[in-house]
Structures are given as C-alpha cells and as structure tokens.
Design a protein around this ligand. Structure first.
Ligand code: DC
Length: 438
C-alpha cells in the first residue's frame, strides 16, 4: 500500500502523513527533509547560490538516515551527524526552493525515494509524490490551506521550537516558496489528476487524518481481496504453498467471507487475538489474513511427529496450557520483535457453549509491548463443519475489528494490562453482536 500526500508548505503534510502511517501501520517518508538536508550541506560547502549545479553529486554522496518519532518530526541524520533542527531553520527554508529546482538534485533524490516506494507499505509526502515519484500510488491526497493559516501553523511550530519569527515575515516566506515551487519547470507542485484535494484551513488534525485514513482504507479494502499475501522475509515456504491452496478451498467449499481486512496493518508487529470454536480455526484465520501468522498452538499437537514437522515448517510454536510457559512467551516476543504477526486464541481452549469464553489476562503481555498492534478477530461457522463425525459445509465468516487502543504508559503496568484485557473482551463482544450467526 502506497499513499502519496502532496501540498504546499504548511498545509499539514508532515503531521497528517505521520498520523496516517501510524494508524495504518505503514512506514513514513518526509521527502522535504531530504531536499532540506541537501540544501544545508550545499550551503555549508559554498555551493549556494552560484554552484547549485554541483549539488546533485553531493546529494548522491549523502547517506540519509531517518529515525521516526511517534509524535514529532522525524529525526534526520547524515551519517552520524543529526541535522533535524538545522534543516528547519530560516536559512535553509529560504534556499531550499532554489536547490530543489536543480535537475541533478531532483534526479538523485527521486531515485532514492523510488527505492523506498519499491519496498512498499509507505506514506510519502512532498510536492511531486503523486505526479512524479509514485504515480502508481494506491491513494493520492493533495492538501491545501490558506496562506495565513499556513503561516499561523508555522509560527506555532517555530514558537514551540524556541525560535519565533514575525507573522508577516512568515507570510512573505510562504508566498515566495509557493511561487517558486509551483512555477519551477521540473516537477512543479501540482495536484495529480486522480488526487483527492482536501482544504484543511478550517479542519482539525484529527478530521484530516480521519478523511485521509478513510480514503486509504477504502482503497486498501478494494486492493487486498482474499488470498493476496503480503510477503515478508520471515515467511516459510510451506506457509506460502499452503496460502496458494487453502484460501481458494475455503472460499469454494465454505463460501468464506472476510470483513474488515482493511483493519489489518500490512507491516510491523501485530497480535491477532481470535475467538476459538474449532480445530480448523487456524486454517480460516490464516486464509483471511493478508500476512503470514505465527500461531501459538497447544503443545499436545506436537506429540504426533508428522504434524509436529508441518507445524514447525509453518512456524507455529507450542504453548503448554494452564501454566506460564516462558518458552512460548519468549518465542512470541521474538516474532513480534522481528515485526511479524503472532496469532493466538486467548480463550485458551475451544468454546462449545458460550459465545465467548474467559479471556486469559496473559494476552495483554504482548499487546503492551511497544509498537505492537492488537487486532481482534472473530470466526463464525467453523463449529458447524464437523458434527457427530459428519462433514458439513456451512458458511464461514472471518471478521477483523479495528486495532485495540492501548492505554498510555503513564499508568501502572498492572492497570494498563487490566484495561487492555477488558478492551479485548469488549471488542470481541462487539464483533459478536455486530455479526450474528448466519
Ligand atoms: O515540505 P517541506 O516544506 O519540508 O519542503 C521543503 C522544500 O523542499 C519545498 O519548498 C520544496 C522542496 N520539495 C520538493 O521540491 N519536492 C519534494 N518532494 C519535497 C520538497
């Protein structure tokens, strides 16, 4: 999934792109920071204003490193040197338009940005994302806002950084930059024909994030139809083979439906917590999920040698039920740490009579790990497949709910764990109520 966000200076691109990336579990790239960094280095090397044509070679030699911060501008490094604050200063802002209009600089940075696009799962923001860098993006957004509103936002930002500037000066700077960015010959700031334009002048950040998030989710729901697997280096060959065979089988014989797949992050660590009605649940849950799941499964299954081999090759891992199994916990953490998906059935065992069994509090152990997104999932229909040793073909429905909101870490851990477990219970009950048995 690639989301391209363009717009003029101060239209809110960075904040919106970062929030949307966080919400959808995508990576985030601030391409303006790349142009700013090259500008800073070019100024230091005396290339501005007369030798800008040499800045392309400088850009090619520059090794950018970005460190994302959840609630602030990305930290930018050139090798070991941090330039995060310097590149936002007035001197750089005044020269960046001229440097970014240079064809050599644009060619080099466009290539570097396309390398990131090729890796997938990215929100990228700048001036020419939807038109030049990623014209194939799944969702394109063009953000605008009145000049005065943009100057006001910039003023607040600079004040927060302890470097206030007069309002009139900011208005003049922004107007000059608009003129330059829109008027240049190469990759001028322009709305792509298929971009959705959002005027953010009178909108709050949350409202804009909601609008962009909804657009992206609708595109993603259309794009990730059943049985398209997003690959990762941790996938095993047997899982990939199974993924080409089992989902079509589930669709054909059990008319399997999947709802809410857009709630599933396409990268980063995810915990899927699903209700449990049948031993067949992992097949359906695995078939409905766009990424490989590393299942935590009861250790009894490993007693039967051939099954143990298959489970190992599918990179499932055993858990001893009814006790604290440190090895299983360690394994689950290792997968999450590596950015993979871990699947578990937090009721501990299959439920026959209750709509939802008691949720084990241990599940919060994983949900509270930083960066882990917990997705509640509900399976309907699998308990009716085998009854009295006879095979039936009922309809199966898998539903993914929105990721759980995890309490902030300013509260004691035990309290956060209890709240998280309760939120999972509430989420599963809500899914049960919203999707009654067919
Ligand atoms: O988004 P920003 O204000 O940090 O961008 C700084 C400058 O970089 C902007 O004036 C134009 C230039 N830029 C560009 O030409 N193309 C991009 N994709 C991103 C930024």
């Amino acid at each position: 999934m690639i989301i391209a966000i363009d717009g003029p200076a101060g239209s809110g691109k960075s904040t919106i792109a970062r929030e949307v990336a966080k919400r959808l579990g995508l990576r985030y790239l601030d391409t303006g920071a790349m142009y700013r960094t090259v500008t800073l280095l070019a100024m230091e090397q005396g290339l501005v204003p007369d030798r800008i044509s040499e800045a392309g070679a400088l850009a090619a030699r520059t090794e950018f490193r970005f460190v994302e911060r959840p609630d602030d501008l990305t930290r930018v490094f050139v090798g070991e040197r941090e330039v995060t604050d310097e590149i936002r200063g007035r001197a750089v802002s005044q020269n960046v338009s001229a440097v970014s209009a240079d064809p050599g600089v644009r060619m080099v940075l466009t290539d570097k940005q396309r390398e990131q696009v090729a890796m997938g799962n990215l929100v990228l923001e700048g001036r020419d994302m939807g038109t030049v860098v990623a014209p194939q993006a799944d969702a394109k957004v063009f953000l605008t806002a009145g000049v005065e509103e943009r100057a006001r936002r910039r003023q607040l930002q600079l004040e927060a950084q302890g470097a206030p500037q007069p309002f009139d000066q900011l208005v003049a700077d922004i107007m000059a930059r608009d003129e330059y960015d829109c008027g240049r010959q190469l990759a001028p700031l322009r709305r792509a024909d298929d971009a959705v334009e959002i005027d953010t002048t009178n909108m709050t950040i949350d409202e804009v994030v909601d609008a962009v998030g909804a657009l992206a989710e609708s595109k993603r729901a259309r794009k990730w139809s059943l049985s398209r697997m997003v690959r990762s280096p941790l996938d095993t060959w047997l899982y990939r083979v199974a993924y080409t065979i089992i989902p079509p089988f589930c669709r054909l014989f059990f008319r399997m439906r999947v709802t809410g797949v857009e709630n599933f992050p396409l990268c980063g660590p995810v915990l899927v917590a699903c209700n449990h009605r049948s031993n067949l649940d992992p097949f359906f849950l695995g078939s409905a999920t766009p990424r490989m799941i590393h299942f935590m499964a009861k250790s009894e299954l490993w007693r039967f040698r051939p099954l143990a081999w298959v489970l190992g090759k599918m990179s499932a891992f055993p858990v001893r039920r009814g006790q604290v199994d440190r090895q299983a916990v360690k394994q689950a953490f290792a997968y999450l740490e590596a950015g993979a998906v871990v699947g578990l059935f937090p009721e501990g065992r299959r439920q026959r009579d209750l709509p939802l069994g008691e949720i084990r509090p241990g599940v919060s152990l994983f949900s509270l790990r930083e960066g882990v997104i917990t997705v509640p999932a509900l399976i309907r229909g699998t308990d009716r497949i085998i009854r009295n040793h006879i095979l039936f073909l009922p309809r199966v429905h898998v539903i993914f709910g929105p990721p759980l909101e995890i309490p902030l870490d300013d509260k004691p851990r035990s309290e956060r764990a209890a709240v998280t477990t309760q939120r999972l219970v509430d989420a599963l009950l809500e899914l049960l109520a919203a999707h009654p048995e067919a």
